[in-house]
Design a protein around this ligand. Structure first.
Ligand code: NAD
Length: 312
């Protein structure tokens, strides 16, 4: 782990940031990890900067003031929310990335992390074991922003040697933070309903299989790709990473093993169409070969951990 790093996580109060900041502070020390978000600071916050990432002057000011060397850019509108406001989703998801890539190009930053998503794939992408390099024709504004972002990351690496690293996250599931408007959010909500003892209404159909990952795996993948020696990162657009794949019926069956009375019904809404364009499973062989990625959690472990930790 390199010494002297000052890290800024942007969009730190969301589903991923909440857990990533905790991990980075353990690794680098509290005083070396800053976090920023639109949200109001809490009374006990340390190193929290309330900031709109679209305020370029404030962003540059914060990076310079605190001597930031690495940025994790997590602020974005997610798949379902973005469909409701496509123009703003494009503005936020793309401009924030350009600001950070430009700062790295201008040598204010040494390293940048920006997440892509399985949403960068589309309806004609091969759905089973989706390869790293394949057809990508996203049909959502979110997916279009992720694919465009990937191309810009690679461009800044090739043209300006910007050390940018990225993962195509699947749907992420954890119990420490709530999801922020994605198409896989059901897979977190379902555990709360199971624990409350009420029937769960799934907004995806019973057999909609999607790639998913337990949050600990996602956080570990994120810090591992950022810690890996630069020469091992051979893909500068974004790496496929996989954890598990399941459908609403599949996860419900696993929950029923522990809560036999648990009930689920299916009322697909607009998110079904988004999910229909996404892969069922992901081939992450290149991440495994290049920088040693390996997932630790399958569906059975995930369900055990979620049910053990969710209190209602
Ligand atoms: P989230 O919606 O839970 O959190 C995003 C955070 O960004 C929020 O706290 C929000 O307040 C903040 N934010 C929004 N606009 C901002 C602005 N203008 N300035 C500063 N902060 C702002 O999202 P997440 O699930 O933590 O996702 C983080 C990243 O990971 C996103 O790029 C997302 O596309 C990607 N991703 C997430 C998943 C998932 O399942 N969670 C899957 C694939 C990719």
């Amino acid at each position: 782990m390199a010494q002297g790093e000052k890290i800024l996580v942007i969009g730190s109060r969301g589903q991923i940031g909440t857990e990533l900041v905790e991990e980075l502070r353990q690794m680098y020390g509290e005083s070396n990890v800053f976090e920023s978000d639109l949200k109001d600071p809490g009374p006990h916050d340390i190193n929290y900067i309330q900031l709109n990432v679209l305020d370029k002057d404030a962003l540059y000011g914060a990076v310079k003031k605190h001597g930031i060397t690495q940025v994790y850019l997590l602020a974005a509108l997610l798949s379902a929310t973005a469909e409701k406001n496509p123009a703003f989703a494009w503005e936020l998801n793309m401009n924030s990335l350009f600001y950070i890539l430009d700062m790295a190009k201008e040598k204010h930053l040494k390293k940048v992390y920006w997440p892509s998503s399985i949403a960068a794939f589309g309806p004609t992408t091969p759905k089973k074991n989706t390869p790293q390099h394949t057809i990508m024709d996203p049909a959502t504004v979110y997916g279009i922003s992720k694919l465009a972002g990937e191309r810009w990351c690679e461009y800044y690496f090739q043209k300006y040697q910007v050390d940018v690293r990225s993962l195509r996250y699947p749907g992420l599931i954890g119990y420490k933070s709530l999801p922020g408007g994605g198409t896989t959010d059901y897979a977190v909500d379902i555990f709360y309903k199971a624990r409350q003892g009420v029937k769960f209404t799934s907004f995806l159909s019973a057999d909609t299989t999607l790639p998913m990952m337990y949050m600990d795996d996602a956080i570990r993948a994120t810090v591992e790709i950022m810690e890996a020696p630069s020469e091992t990162i051979k893909i500068r657009s974004s790496y496929n990473v996989a954890g598990m794949s399941f459908s609403p019926a599949g996860i419900a069956a696993e929950i029923k093993l522990q809560i036999p009375d648990f009930q689920i019904e299916y009322m697909p809404d607009f998110r079904q169409e988004i999910a229909n364009g996404w892969p069922h499973s992901i081939d992450d062989g290149m991440a495994r070969a290049d920088w040693g990625w390996k997932n630790h959690y399958n569906l059975n472990k995930l369900v055990n951990i979620m049910l053990a930790n969710i209190r209602v």
